[in-house]
Design a protein around this ligand. Structure first.
Ligand code: B1M
Length: 211
């Protein structure tokens, strides 16, 4: 679809207004939210990542693309989330300390909300102690940790260690994800599960709660 390609291009250009308008137009034309997400937004963000790495795009431009992605996700969210579903369990989420990436984590949260789970989102750059306190306060069934940098992913271990030291590790199952994270890394840091993307995250949460 030509509009999906245009959506990806406008996202790369960082034009939030155009991205929002195109998202609505695609929905009106019957495109599914998943198609818009994967073939428009994620496709565009992949190019942004490549250009960032090669030095063709700088941080301010990448931030504009991120804002454009947020503008589209705001419109897509009600279509990804089912209304009036009784909560199937509480999930605490956050991006670990030092990490300012939240688009992927937000997407995982939206998909989990759509699958009927209640989300408590601590945001980004979350200190280990804040996760510990939130587990004690909210008593979630699952904690979802996100990291996008090879440096910050190490804070997944710091966070899990802090949770263990606080004596609440047995109260919560831990799911980890983010571009540099792998099943091997999840095993090394003592997580209960790893998910490659938002769709897999929903599957893993279902498996963890059934276990
Ligand atoms: Co950053 N950045 N960034 N960045 N950024 C990456 C991650 C990078 C790969 C770009 C590159 O060099 N090619 C690179 C990391 C290299 C590395 O460590 N291996 C990088 C870098 C280097 C940096 C800075 C250090 C740049 C600098 O300052 N010189 C800096 C670090 C800041 C910090 O965190 N301390 C930085 C900053 C930023 C912005 C703030 C400008 C912005 C983030 C804005 C925001 O999120 N609000 C940004 C962006 C946008 C990106 C890229 C371009 C896009 C990330 C994204 O949103 N992708 C990214 C390159 C790329 O990934 N293509 C890049 C779309 C999103 C839907 O996918 O986040 O992968 P993703 O989430 C997926 C899965 O990973 C998974 O499911 C999601 C949905 O399917 N997932 C989970 C994620 N969390 C999960 C949790 C789960 C389960 C699955 O369970 C709980």
């Amino acid at each position: 679809m030509k509009e999906l390609q245009e959506l990806a291009e406008q996202l790369i250009n960082g034009y939030s207004d155009h991205v929002a308008r195109l998202t609505q137009e695609l929905l009106d034309k019957g495109a599914t939210p998943q198609t818009i997400l994967n073939e428009g937004l994620v496709a565009g963000m992949t190019v942004v990542g490549e250009r960032m790495r090669s030095g063709e795009m700088y941080l301010p431009e990448v931030l504009q693309s991120a804002s454009a992605m947020h503008a589209s996700l705001k419109i897509l969210k009600p279509h990804l989330v089912r209304d009036g579903v009784e909560s199937r369990g509480k999930i605490l989420m956050g991006t670990v300390k030092g990490d300012m990436h939240d688009i992927g984590k937000n997407l995982v949260g939206i998909m989990l909300e759509g699958a009927g789970y209640e989300i408590v989102d601590l945001g980004l750059n979350v200190q280990a102690q804040k996760f510990v306190e939130a587990i004690q306060t909210h008593k979630p069934a699952i904690l979802g940790l996100s990291a996008m940098l090879t440096t910050t992913m190490l804070h997944m271990k710091t966070t899990i260690d802090a949770i263990t030291q606080a004596g609440v590790r047995a109260n919560v199952k831990i799911l980890v994800g983010g571009a540099p994270v792998s099943q091997k890394f999840a095993d090394e840091v003592g997580a209960d599960a790893y998910a490659r993307d938002a769709v897999k995250a929903v599957d893993k949460v279902k498996e963890l709660l059934a276990a």
